[in-house]
Every structure is written in C-alpha cells, then in structure tokens.
Design a protein around this ligand. Structure first.
Ligand code: NDP
Length: 444
C-alpha cells in the first residue's frame, strides 16, 4: 500500500473547506513527505501518521469582550490551535491582527510542529491569537483586551501543557499584560509564556532571536558554498521585530541592507543602512517615509514591496504570501542567490517553484526563522531550573541550533546533483522525530 498525493490533498481540502492558507501549508509539506514515506517509511502508512498530523489535537475558540476608552463594548474572537504534542508541550506564538482566522492559525500551527522539531528541543506545535487590531489602540485598551483574552486562555495553557509567545502584533508589552493576568488568575508564577522581560523570567536574546537566527542560517548557507556575507546586498521586508533584528545582525556581519518595509510601503537606501540609520528608522513608528527627510540617499515607495530592488540575498520578514510568482521571477532575474524566510510562509507556492527551478538557495521559514522558538525553548529551560543564562551563552546556543538545523536540511535535502533542497530537508528532517514519537505513543 502507498499514499497518493492527489487523494491526500483532496481529503484535506474536503475536511477543511475555505482554509486556503492551511491547505497551502499542508501541500508544501506533504509534497515532500508522501514520496519519502512511500519509499523509506511504509510502516507509517497504516498507522495513519500523516492523516493524524494534519488534524489538530484540539482547537479552542472563544469570545473576547472588552471596553474601549470611549466606554464602548468591543467583541473579538480568540483562538488557540493545539496542533501536536508528540514531542513536548504545545509551543507557538499569539498573533493579534484583523485578518486572523482559523485558516491562518492552523497553517501557522502546522508549520510550527516541524519547526519546533527541527530545533531538537522537546517542544510540540501550536499557535493562537485574535482578530483584534492593536494599531491605534491606547496602552490601556491593549491591557484590557489582553486581560480579557487571558481570562479564557488560562484554562487551556500551562508551563507543561502549552506555552504561547509573541508573533505579529504581540511583543513585550502584550506578553507583560498577558502574563500579569495569568499570574493573577492562577496564583502561579511560572514559565507559561515566553518573550517575558529579562527582569521577570525572560531570556536574554529572545527579542533578537528570530532575526539573529535567520542571519546565522544565511551564514551557514554561505559557508557551505564557500562564500562570504561581507559586501552582499540584502533586501529585507517588514519593519517589526524580525525585520529589525535581521537588519541589525546583517549590518553587523558586513552586509549592505538596502530596504525595509511595512504594509504602507518600502524604504530604499541605495547606500545601505548603518546601525545609526537603522536605530533612527526604529524611532519613526510606521511612518517610514520620514526617513528620506533626514537621509537623501533614500527614497520611499508607497504601496510597493522591496522585491524590485536588485540584491544578492532576500529576507522576507513581514507576513505570509508577500512574494508572489512575479516577485520571485524578478528577484531571480536581478541576480538574487539566496531567499531565506524570516516570516512564516512569505513565499507563495508559485514563488517557491521559481526558486527551486532556478536552483537558488531557498531557506524556508520552518528552518530559517526557527531561532525565535529555539530561544523560547531555552527560556522554558531556564524557567524550569530557576536560572537566567548570560547573553553570550544564549547567543552561542542559538548559533549552534541554527547550524544543526542547517545540517539536518543538508542531510535530508541533498539532491544527486549536489543542490540542497532546503524545503525538502526541513520537511523530512522535522517530520521524522514527530512521527517516531507518535508511533511510540500509540493511537491517540
Ligand atoms: P511585528 O508585528 O513585529 O512586525 C510585522 C511587520 O510586518 C510590520 O512591519 C508590519 O507592517 C509588516 N506587515 C504585516 N502585515 C503586512 C502585510 N500584509 N504587508 C506588508 N507588511 C506587513 O511581527 P514579527 O516581526 O514578530 O513577525 C513577522 C513575521 O515573522 C510573521 O510572519 C511571523 O509569523 C514571523 N515570525 C515571528 C517570530 C517572532 O519571534 N516574532 C518567530 C518566527 C516567525 P505594519 O506595521 O504596517 O502592519
């Protein structure tokens, strides 16, 4: 007996109607896993390991009612998708953004299972969030929303059950409010969330970890190809947590970063950002265009993304499906040799086909942006033993984890002609440990 790719995807589509992002994420993984399982692990077919992996262990959805500054009652929807706990407690971020829905959270939770497994840490996969839009809200509104959200979520999480963290729209401020409410309701100071402040249980390097880890992964790709990062031109999208620290590390490593962006437009600096320029950009909030008033080397491109600018390395760090087929073709035509994803699923399925056909190096998010959850895992370890490790120690461990992920990708993704298919390597490498654990734990 063997698994049939088309039938499998059809079944997933039928069981999860109107969930395009989830179907996209599953397809991207299953296209590599079905041939692998058929050829190397037929023992997993009757056990229905793949069928079980695409079915979340649990989903909770709940009302979040709160009062805004005008004393008006607002109603949002909260979710937690607990996807897979075969190798550890559910772990994955919370996203607060108006476009959040179940399809997006299920795709993120599914990706998270493979990513977390790749880190080699004992963490399962989950994701959650709300359609709440934090933009334009006061600190008090954010706090009241977070308190109401956690009042329900606290029943479903715990330091050995499910440990959420941040994602789009959830940074240090939100984690603080969420943690405070959890502690109040449970009377328990525990490592139930990661991304906490360093004064109250947080790990050093957690805010920087996704962006820094992305660059450590890029460094591995370059090392493998006997190339250096110095002088390479880098386009980055986004201007949030991941993009900012990716830019910082790239500049520190000697690369020339020429773009950052947000949902309103792109800032292009032909001379490249220095650390001073980057810090200045960080003070502008979402009005990136203001930067051109201070630096004449820059231009602002409203409603445009960064992929039109020639670069050696592209680092999408904003959101899902931000690189379409035409963008990918333009990147390749302009000489881009590496695309490494800081964001989750920023490349559309068609864009990925373009990279693989052109045989450029493509680091998928589940490998390239795993540094964030890796340091979250290290934060959990520090909380469990009541310690706080030095910055250098965490940074060193982050580097080792990214190097190991790269090795796993090479091991499972190397094609006969020597090309490294990082996507296949990450999918298969992330899958094996989870599948073994599920097999050992019986039909649950
Ligand atoms: P932030 O909220 O800090 O920043 C998000 C950035 O992306 C903002 O600049 C935002 O611009 C921009 N953005 C959001 N939506 C769009 C859009 N539709 N078009 C263009 N730009 C957009 O989030 P993070 O930096 O934490 O997350 C970015 C990505 O990285 C996400 O895909 C997330 O899942 C992924 N990720 C994050 C990790 C983390 O540790 N934080 C870990 C691993 C992955 P604007 O302000 O205008 O909306």
């Amino acid at each position: 007996m063997s698994l049939n790719l088309k039938n499998f995807i059809k079944q997933v589509d039928l069981r999860n109607p109107n969930e395009p992002e989830f179907l996209q994420a599953v397809t991207e993984v299953i296209e590599d896993l079905i041939p692998y399982v058929n050829e190397h692990r037929p023992d997993l077919i009757d056990l229905k390991i793949l069928e079980r992996m695409v079915e979340p262990e649990r989903i909770v959805s709940f009302r979040v009612a709160w009062t805004d500054d005008q004393n008006q009652i607002q109603v949002n929807r909260g979710y937690r998708v607990q996807m897979n706990s075969a190798i550890g407690p559910y772990k994955g971020g919370l996203r607060f953004a108006p476009d959040v829905n179940l399809s997006i959270l299920k795709f993120l939770a599914f990706e998270q299972v493979f990513k977390n497994s790749l880190t080699s840490l004992p963490i399962g996969g989950g994701k959650g969030g709300s359609d709440f839009d934090p933009k334009g809200k006061s600190d008090h509104e954010i706090m009241r929303f977070c308190q109401s959200f956690m009042t329900e979520l606290q029943r479903h999480i715990g330091s050995e059950t499910d440990v959420p963290a941040g994602d789009i729209g959830v940074g240090g401020r939100e984690i603080g409010f969420l943690f405070g409410q959890y502690k109040r309701l449970q009377n328990n100071f525990s490592g139930v969330l990661t991304g906490k402040g360093t004064a109250w249980g947080g790990s050093y390097i957690r805010p920087e970890a996704t962006g820094y880890g992305l660059l450590y992964f890029v460094q591995c790709i370059l090392d493998y190809n006997n190339e250096k990062i110095e002088g390479k031109t880098v386009c980055i999208s986004g201007a949030g947590n991941v993009a900012f620290y990716a830019a910082e590390k790239a500049i520190q490593m000697g690369a020339k970063v020429i773009t950052l962006s947000n949902s309103q437009g792109t800032i292009f600096d032909k001379e490249g950002f220095s650390l001073d320029k980057l810090n200045y950009l960080g003070t502008l909030g979402r009005d990136l265009g203001k930067y051109t008033k201070k630096y004449s080397s820059a231009s602002y491109h409203a409603k445009e993304n960064p992929w039109q600018f020639p670069c050696d390395i592209a680092l999408p760090c904003a959101t899902q499906n931000e690189i379409n087929e035409a963008d990918a073709k333009r990147l390749v035509k302009n000489g881009c040799k590496i695309v490494a994803e800081g964001a989750n699923m920023p490349s559309s399925a068609e864009a990925i086909k373009v990279y693989l056909q052109a045989k450029i190096h493509f680091g998928p998010g589940k490998a390239a942006n795993a540094g964030g959850v890796a340091v979250s895992g290290l934060e959990m370890s520090q909380n469990a033993i009541g310690q706080q490790w030095a910055r250098e120690k965490v940074d060193h461990r982050l580097k080792l984890i990214m190097e190991n992920i790269h090795k796993t990708c090479v091991r499972y993704g190397k094609e006969p002609n020597g090309y490294i298919n990082y996507l296949k390597g990450a999918n298969v490498g992330g899958f094996i440990k989870v599948a073994e654990a599920m097999k050992a734990q019986g039909v649950v």
